[in-house]
Design a binder for this molecule. Sequence first.
Ligand code: ADE
Length: 224
Amino acid sequence: MRFDIITVLPGLLESPFAHSILQRAQKKGLSEIIVHNLRDYSLSKHKNVDDYPYGGGSGMVMSIEPFAACIESLMNERHYDEVIFMTPDGKTLNQTMANELSGFTNIMILCGHYKGIDQRIRDLFVTREISIGDYVLSGGELPAAVLVDAIVRLLPGVLSDETSALSDSFQGELLDAPVYTRPADWRGNKVPDILLSGNQAKIDEWRYEQALERTRQRRPDLLK
Ligand code: ADE
């Protein structure tokens, strides 16, 4: 699966994909993440990518030309299943959305800055607008990294334990049960006996009950 991310701050996206699962997915050829510097597509001498808003007001607006030039040059190379704009006024990202997007082949992601991007970019090119939550960040780069992570870990072969993405909190309708590792007793704080019992049926039952209780307490809205 290929991601093309368009940003004015490519440096912000150097690190998130260079570690752990996201790095391994790229090394295995399961995902390809290409970051494009919007300034490379600026037509102006000083490589500007924004301008004053029509109608006045504070803040700058990202211009249509550099985005259009970058988007169109990418679209000349391949078909994109989705062109996504990361924005706090988009639809809130959830697991169902990540699952759906993980079935696609080519995704383009636009990161906004300043006061926003010229509405015509959204009208003409964007197929989906996604928010990562009801708070405002300084740009779309970190949200783009969150989105890519949520998708890539679902691609077949990315996680070593095929089933572990499926048993995540939010994949079913329950949150995850608590987990423990060694030592079994740390300063008198013991791992629940049941997990040391070797009785897998009982352990599964305990985990289910813990997951149910945690969901009841923290996210009753998930229980139908
Ligand atoms: N850009 C700024 N804030 C954002 C958010 N919460 N989600 C997506 N993109 C954003």
